[in-house]
Design a protein around this ligand. Structure first.
Ligand code: CA
Length: 749
């Protein structure tokens, strides 16, 4: 791509264009707008290298096919658009190349818009080799798009979009006027870099259309893009229009699915899904009419339910446009699904979604589950699907289906990196060539590394004493480990954490931290924390409202964070009535909070408060909460208070796991309004197993929408009532699975 772009630069600095074409090298916004007014076919505006702050670029004109009008960087990667900036493109045959949007956000609803105004839509225009990097609005729940595509015949290719963490789809193709329908856009060879879990609806990476215009064809081609860890929400791509082609894309470790949510006649072919056994990695979800899904390859996917490798939904009879149109005339053939958790037919079947697929064909698919258990679920009538010449080689079908016979096949990895059956042509074709990270985006801007942020820096020894930890912390850099020796550390300031830092004590002796402010540490933008072998004593903390050892900043946070506690003991948080260990505030979101081998005692509040999103919009504070091999004694509040309210079904989390831990006298403080030892409200996956409960308030679990999965097993208790289980939306007995527990009295329904 360097080469391609250099060639491009070369042509524009030579006389390859007619003498009438102007070239404007502009160094200020005033110069830019003066030049922009004069643009004619073949002209170029070159932005001088440097940082352009608060630059709302409008770029419109009448280019021609052979003489586009160009906006480009003097040198690729050296023109940075920052602050409150955006780009609006209008006119015809406009070309934008080589800009980097970072360190800022758009003051409007889009960073790049393919329309200059409602009247001036772009057509035959192209954006290429542009970077948008963490260009997020400060408030994570204030919505925008990074790219809004309007008009017709536009192309967006070889761009690099990474780190959208506020609400709103990364890339939206809009069909909201006739001039934007049947648009023939092309979206290709882009690097869609990691999109972190949003913790709400509105975290899609690509959406084409909306339910309102879903009866119109978009006819957009999405091909050879790389979706790298696009985890925003359950839909990676939400296709809400007709006639689109999704071809040759790679979905790498992305939680969610390519969903044919609304609209008919879409083609999904030659796509590759690599899950690498990550949670909720899915494939393709089929709804509506005349969808063709062929020659796709899925490996290592772990999604189930609506996020299965292949999900064929039940529809709603005479469905309104915003619900689920019955699957009709679907063709699903020559796909390979290997080492994957689930394929689901008739997904979502219920009283409303009672229309099973009709006139459909499922043929010559290679089907191989990740284990011996149920791989193919059939949740209603499949007689409207003809099953022809499929083979299942591992796992079982829930109900016998003629046309999916079990047959042992040996799978062997071919040179293209994909698994194929030895001696059989079933499944995806052998000529698939997954697009690579190197073939997408730009070559001159680094793609996101994977791996652990902790431990990439230096190890720094810190001696005991007053303020020694404070000083070392102030000097710490990203990934540093502060290594404490045995002794006492007094901290007189709240430590502001805006990077990944580990604080580690010795395994055999004790490094004890006391702190003289309402918190020991505050997680701010960019912060993540790892505490290992540390003792924390709240004895010096003042009596102020909202004390917490670890809290989040009161400002909205854009970046998700991690908190890992291993071998940590926390005592004496009792100076007031609700002194917490960890308190997550509004608009803060943890990717994971893990607590293991740790001890908590004499605490008036909670160990974890993750219940700040109380508006019932389906928002919450933490995706994964894992607790193991830990002890909780004399905790006045609910040890864990986790809240996700509302009826939205767009998220996988929260997830909660609690194993091998002991609870004594938890949740019985006079100030605990919940009256529970832990409250899991709207948690989607809960596993509470092999714990001991002695003299505690009950566990309270409230199921809201969707398919919440709760397992409570192998727990022992004394003087602890059975769990309080509630269903808010589901009619019938509580769906939690309880087994081999000893609680006092039966579980309440
Ligand atoms: Ca969604």
């Amino acid at each position: 791509m360097v080469l391609r772009f250099c060639l491009f630069l070369f042509t524009c600095t030579t006389v390859a264009f007619p003498a009438s074409a102007e070239q404007y090298l502009v160094k200020s916004q005033a110069e830019y707008f003066a030049a922009e007014k004069k643009l004619r076919a073949g002209d170029k505006i070159i932005l001088a290298n440097g940082i352009w702050r608060d630059f709302e670029i409008k770029f419109s004109g009448q280019g021609t096919k052979s003489k586009p009008i160009t906006l480009m960087a003097q040198d690729v990667g050296r023109v940075i658009i920052s602050g409150q900036s955006n780009l609006r493109i209008g006119g015809k045959h406009m070309l934008v190349a080589g800009l980097v949007f970072k360190n800022g956000y758009s003051p409007t609803g889009e960073v790049i818009s393919f329309r200059r105004s409602k009247q001036d839509l772009a057509s035959f225009s192209r954006v290429t080799e542009v970077v948008i990097d963490h260009f997020n609005k400060p408030d994570r729940f204030e919505s925008d798009y990074w790219v809004g595509m309007y008009g017709r015949h536009n192309r967006f290719d070889h761009n690099h979009l990474v780190g959208k963490s506020n609400k709103g789809v990364t890339f939206a193709v809009r069909l909201d006027s006739q001039e934007s329908q049947d648009n023939r856009h092309r979206i290709d060879h882009n690097y869609f870099g990691p999109r972190p879990v949003l913790g709400s609806n509105g975290g899609e990476t690509l959406r084409i259309g909306t339910s309102k215009y879903s009866m119109f064809n978009s006819n957009t081609v999405v091909e050879n893009n790389y979706f790298d860890r696009c985890d925003g929400e359950v839909e990676i791509i939400s296709s809400k229009s007709g006639g689109n082609i999704y071809r040759g894309n790679v979905f790498y470790e992305s939680s969610g699915t390519l969903t044919l949510r609304h609209g008919d006649g879409n083609l999904v072919e030659n796509n590759i899904f690599f899950g690498n056994a990550k949670d909720h990695t899915g494939g393709i979800r089929v709804i509506n009419q005349d969808q063709t899904i062929r020659n796709n390859y899925m490996e290592g996917l772990r999604g189930t339910g609506f996020s299965s490798a292949l999900t064929v939904m039940n529809g709603v009879p005479n469905s309104p446009v915003n619900r689920y149109v019955q699957v009709n005339r679907a063709i699903i053939e020559n796909n390979s699904v290997v080492d994957s958790a689930r394929i689901t037919f008739n997904a979502g079947a219920d009283k409303e979604r009672s229309a099973p697929p009709t006139n459909s064909r499922f043929a010559q698919n290679l089907l191989s589950g990740s284990g011996d258990g149920t791989f193919i679920k059939i949740q209603d009538d499949v007689s409207g699907i003809s099953f022809v010449d499929n083979i299942i080689t591992a796992g079982t079908v829930e109900k016998p289906v003629a046309g999916i016979p079990k047959q042992k096949l040996v799978l062997k990895r071919a040179e293209n990196g994909l698994l194929y059956p030895v001696g059989s042509a079933i499944g995806a074709s052998r000529d698939l060539r997954p697009v690579t990270r190197e073939q997408v985006g730009v070559s001159w801007y680094p793609k996101s590394p994977s791996g652990d942020r902790f431990g990439i820096g230096q190890s720094i020894a810190v001696d005991p004493g007053e303020d020694s930890l404070t000083d070392a912390f102030a000097a710490a850099k990203e990934g540093d480990r502060l290594v404490l020796s045995a002794g006492e550390y007094v901290v007189n300031k709240i430590l502001p954490l805006d990077k990944a830092v580990s604080i580690e004590g010795p395994a055999e002796e004790t490094a004890k931290i006391t702190f003289a402010r309402p918190s020991f540490l505050e997680i701010q933008e960019g912060g993540s924390l790892r505490l290992v072998n540390i003792a924390i004593d709240g004895v010096l903390a003042p009596d102020s409202v909202g004390n917490a050892v670890i809290r989040t900043t009161s400002f909205p946070m854009q970046s998700n964070f991690l908190i890992h506690l291993d071998g940590v003991s926390v005592i004496n948080l009792d100076v007031n009535k609700s002194f917490h260990v960890i308190a997550l505030g509004k608009s803060s979101f943890a990717d994971r909070i893990s607590i293991k081998n740790s001890n908590f005692s004499n605490i008036s509040g909670s160990v974890l408060q993750a219940a700040a999103e109380t508006e019932d919009y389906g928002q919450y504070n933490a995706e994964y909460i894992d607790v193991s091999n830990s002890n909780f004694k004399d905790i006045g509040g609910a040890a864990f208070n986790i809240y996700r309210g509302g009826r939205d079904e767009s998220t996988f989390g929260p997830h909660f796991s609690l194993t091998g831990s002991n609870f004594w006298n938890v949740g019985k403080g006079g100030n605990n309004a919940n009256g529970a030892s832990m409250v899991l409200h709207g948690v989607q996956h809960s596993d509470i197993s092999d714990n001991n409960f002695l003299d505690n308030a009950p566990i309270k679990i409230v199921h809201t929408v969707g398919r919440p999965q709760t397992r409570i097993s192998g727990n022992k208790s004394s003087k602890t009532p059975a769990p309080i289980l509630e269903e808010l939306n589901y009619q019938g007995a509580h769906r939690a699975i309880l087994s081999a527990n000893q609680f006092e009295g039966a579980a309440k329904p």
